[in-house]
Design a protein around this ligand. Structure first.
Ligand code: ME8
Length: 633
C-alpha cells in the first residue's frame, strides 16, 4: 500500500493555537483524511516545540519549572486537537527522550561529516522567532524582519553549521524538482536567497540551558530550530526504528506557514544532505490569516481559541469556510460575517436544501433508493457533470487547490438543484404513470448527493457521515466508490432535520468581539496619540502661597499664579519633600484642566508635576524665566 507522510510544524508550546495557527493543522488534517480516503497508509504528525529561550522565559514568567510548564501545555494542545477532530497519528514533543537522543545523534553525524565547526557569533537574535539575523536584514536597524519586534545583540562562542557548502547542491535540487517548494512565488523567494549564497549558521547557544546538550560539549545547547526540524524524522523512529523510518521517509509534504519557509526549504534540506538522508518531497508554505481584517494578536482580543468558533458554528462549517474562502497559499482574512454568509448560502441553502428536498421526496414516494430507468437529456448532463467534477476534484485536491475543489463541487450541487427544477419531480409524483421516471430522477439526485458527500468527506467529515446515514449507505466508502451508479437501490432513505441552520445575522451574537486599534493603543501598548496628549493642558505656574495642610503629613496647600488664567489652589502630596518657604516664587508645571477634586476637605484645582522615587521627590520646573500661564507642549 502506498504511503503518505504529512506533517505540521511543531508548535511553540508557550502559547496555545488561535484560529490562525490552528489553520495549518486543520488543513493538514484535511490532507491526511483525503489520502486515507484514497486508500494510502497515512502518517500524520504534529507536536510541540518545547526548547529554547522563548519557552524558558515563558515558564519563568509563569513561575514554573520548564518541564512542568511544558507537560501542562502539551496536554492542552493534545486536547485542542482532539476537540477539533484532528486525526494525527502521532504527537511529538521535543522533550521526548527519544527525540533528544535523535537530535544528538544527528548533530554528531553532521560533525563527523566535517560540517560543524566552532566560531564566534556576533549579531542579532529575535527571541520570539528564535532566529538569527544579519545587520542588513533588520528593519529600521533593530527590528526582526519576520515579526517586527526588537532584536537582541549577542556575542557568543558557538558551533556553526557549514550551510554555505550546500548552496550549489540546493540550487541543483530546486532546479531538478520544480515542485519542491510551493506555491511558486514562495519558491522564488527561496531561490533569491540561494542565488545570493547561503551563510553558515550558528547552531548552539551557551546563555541558557533549556535545550538539547551538544554532543560531547554540554556547555552548549543545540539551537532550537535545529532541534525542532529533526522532529520530522525522530517521530517516525530514526535512527532506532529504521523499518518505520524507511516506510514513511521522505515526507510527502511539510505543511508550514510562510514565515518559517527558509528553515524548511533551505536549512532542513541542507541538514539532511549533510547526514546523507533523502529530502522531503514537498514543502508547502501557506499564507497568514488575519481576523476581521486585523492582525491576530492577544491584545486585540482576536487570538481566539478555535473551539469557540467550532462550538458556535460547528466543526465542519469552520473547516469548509477556511478552505473555501481562504485561497490556500495566499494570505487571507477570517471574517465572521463572510463565514455566516457562506453558512447560509453554500451550506444551508445549496447543500442543505438539495439533500433535504431529495430525501423528503424519496421518503414520501418510495421509502428506499429507487431503481433508475433509462436516461433523458438533463440526466445525461447531470451524470457528465458529476463525473467531470470527480476528476477535477482529485486534480485540485492533489495540488492543494482546495478552494477550486470546493467551487467545482458546489457547481455540481447548484446544477443538481437546477435539475430538480427542470425535471419537476413533484409533478411526476402526481401522475402514477410517471412513477418510473420519478424513480430515475430521484436516483440521479441521490447518487449525486452520495458523490458530493464522499468528495467533501475529508473536509466535512461529520456532515458526510450524516448524509451517508440518511442515504442508508455505508460510511466507509473510499475513493474507488467515486463513480456513477454505486448507490444500491433498496437502501432505506431517511430525511432528517436540516443539515445546517440558517443564521439571521441581525439576531446573532458573534464570537469575535474585537477591540478597535485605538483601544489597543491606549490599553495594551501604552502609546497615546498626539491628539490624546494635546487634551492635557500643561501650563507654567508661579507659586505665590504655600502652607502645610493641618492634620496631614503629606499634603501642602499651594496658591499658584497662572497668568491670564488667574490664580488656583492646588493641594499636592509634597510636604515630606519641601518646606513651604522653599516653594514660594518657584516656577512649576501644572495640569490646568484637571477636574477639581477635594482632598481633606480642600478643593484642588489642578495638579503639579513632579518626578519621584520611593524616597525623594523633585518638582518639574522650567530652565529659565518665562511668563506664568505659558502653555507647555
Ligand atoms: O513556527 N495565520 O511554531 P509556531 C496562519 N515552532 N498561520 C499562522 C498564523 C496566522 N495568523 N500564526 C501562526 C513555529 N501560524 C515553530 C515551528 S517546525 C520544525 C517549528 C502558523 O507555534 C505558523 O505559520 O510559531 C506555523 O505554521 C504554525 O502556526 C505554528 O507556529
Amino acid at each position: 500500500m502506498a504511503k503518505f507522510y504529512v506533517t505540521t510544524p511543531i508548535y511553540y508550546i508557550n502559547s496555545e493555537p488561535h484560529i490562525g495557527s490552528a489553520y495549518t493543522t486543520i488543513v493538514a488534517d484535511i490532507i491526511a483524511r483525503y489520502y486515507r480516503f484514497l486508500g494510502y497508509d497515512v502518517y500524520f504528525l504534529t507536536g510541540t516545540d518545547e526548547h529554547g529561550q522563548k519557552v524558558f522565559n515563558a515558564a519563568r514568567a509563569a513561575g514554573k519549572e520548564p518541564q512542568k510548564f511544558c507537560d501542562e501545555l502539551a496536554a492542552r494542545f493534545e486536547k485542542l486537537w482532539k476537540d477539533l477532530k484532528i486525526t494525527n497519528d502521532n504527537f511529538i514533543r521535543t522533550t521526548d527522550e527519544h527525540h533528544i537522543r535523535t537530535v544528538q545523534h544527528f548533530v554528531k553525524k553532521m560533525m563527523e561529516n566535517g560540517d560543524v565547526y566552532k566560531g564566534t557569533y556576533e549579531g542579532w537574535y529575535c527571541i520570539p522567532c528564535e532566529s538569527y539575523w544579519n545587520d542588513d536584514e533588520l528593519i529600521d536597524g533593530n527590528k526582526c524582519p519576520s515579526c517586527g519586534r526588537s532584536v537582541e545583540k549577542i556575542r557568543e562562542e558557538n558551533y556553526f553549521f557549514r550551510l554555505s557548502k550546500y548552496t550549489d547542491r540546493l540550487l541543483k535540487h530546486f532546479e531538478e524538482n520544480p515542485d519542491f517548494v510551493e506555491p511558486e512565488f514562495r519558491k522564488n523567494e527561496m531561490l533569491r536567497i540561494l542565488e545570493n549564497g547561503l551563510k553558515d549558521i550558528s547552531i548552539s547557544r551557551t546563555t541558557f540551558k533549556w535545550g538539547v546538550p551538544m554532543p560531547d560539549d554540554p556547555e552548549h545547547v543545540i539551537y532550537v530550530w535545529i532541534d525542532a526540524l529533526i522532529n520530522y524524522i525522530s517521530a517516525i523512529g530514526y535512527p532506532d526504528n529504521m523499518d518505520t523510518f524507511e516506510r514513511y521517509w521522505p515526507a510527502d509534504v511539510h505543511l508550514i506557514g510562510k514565515e518559517i519557509n527558509r528553515f524548511h526549504s533551505l536549512i532542513w534540506p541542507a541538514m539532511l544532505m549533510s547526514v546523507g538522508l533523502p529530502l522531503p518531497r514537498k514543502i508547502y508554505a501557506h499564507g497568514w490569516l488575519t481576523v476581521n481584517g486585523q492582525k491576530i494578536s492577544k491584545s486585540l482580543g482576536n487570538a481566539i481559541d478555535p473551539r469557540k468558533l467550532t462550538e458556535k458554528y460547528g466543526n465542519d462549517a469552520i473547516r469548509y469556510y477556511l478552505l473555501r474562502d481562504i485561497v490556500f497559499g495566499k494570505d487571507g482574512d477570517f471574517s465572521e460575517d463572510n463565514l455566516i454568509t457562506r453558512i447560509n448560502a453554500d451550506l444551508a441553502n445549496d447543500l442543505g436544501n438539495f439533500v433535504h428536498r431529495t430525501t423528503a421526496m424519496v421518503e414520501q414516494n418510495f421509502g428506499n433508493v429507487p431503481k433508475p430507468g433509462s436516461s433523458e437529456g438533463p440526466d445525461i448532463q447531470l451524470k457528465e457533470l458529476a463525473v467531470q467534477t470527480v476528476d477535477k476534484y482529485h486534480e485540485n485536491m492533489k495540488n492543494y487547490r482546495f478552494t477550486q475543489a470546493l467551487d467545482r463541487i458546489w457547481e455540481l450541487v447548484r446544477f443538481a438543484n437546477k435539475y430538480i427544477d427542470l425535471t419537476e419531480p413533484w409533478k411526476l409524483a402526481k401522475d402514477p404513470t410517471k412513477k418510473e421516471r420519478l424513480g430515475t430522477v430521484l436516483y440521479n439526485l441521490l447518487e449525486t448527493i452520495r458523490l458530493v458527500s464522499l468528495m467533501i468527506s475529508p473536509i466535512m467529515p461529520e456532515t458526510s457521515e450524516e448524509i451517508m446515514r440518511r442515504l442508508g449507505a455505508p460510511h466507509n466508502m473510499k475513493a474507488e466508490d467515486l463513480k456513477w451508479g454505486v448507490l444500491k437501490p433498496g437502501l432505506l432513505v431517511k430525511h432528517g432535520k436540516p443539515l445546517f441552520e440558517r443564521i439571521d445575522p441581525r439576531k446573532w451574537e458573534k464570537v469575535i468581539v474585537v477591540k478597535t486599534p485605538e483601544e489597543e493603543t491606549v490599553e495594551n501598548v501604552g502609546y497615546i496619540t498626539i491628539d490624546e496628549f494635546k487634551k492635557v493642558d500643561l501650563r507654567v505656574a508661579r507659586v505665590i502661597e504655600a502652607e502645610k495642610v493641618k492634620n496631614s503629613k503629606k499634603l501642602m496647600r499651594l496658591k499658584v499664579d497662572l497668568g491670564k488664567m488667574g490664580e488656583r489652589q492646588i493641594i499636592a502630596g509634597i510636604s515630606q519633600h519641601y518646606e513651604p518657604q522653599e516653594l514660594i516664587g518657584k516656577t512649576i508645571i501644572v495640569v490646568a484642566n484637571l477636574k477639581p477634586a477635594k482632598l481633606m476637605g480642600l478643593e484642588s484645582q489642578g495638579m503639579l508635576l513632579a518626578a519621584s522615587t520611593e524616597g525623594s521627590l523633585k518638582l518639574l520646573t522650567v530652565d529659565d524665566e518665562i511668563e506664568p500661564g505659558t502653555e507647555v507642549s
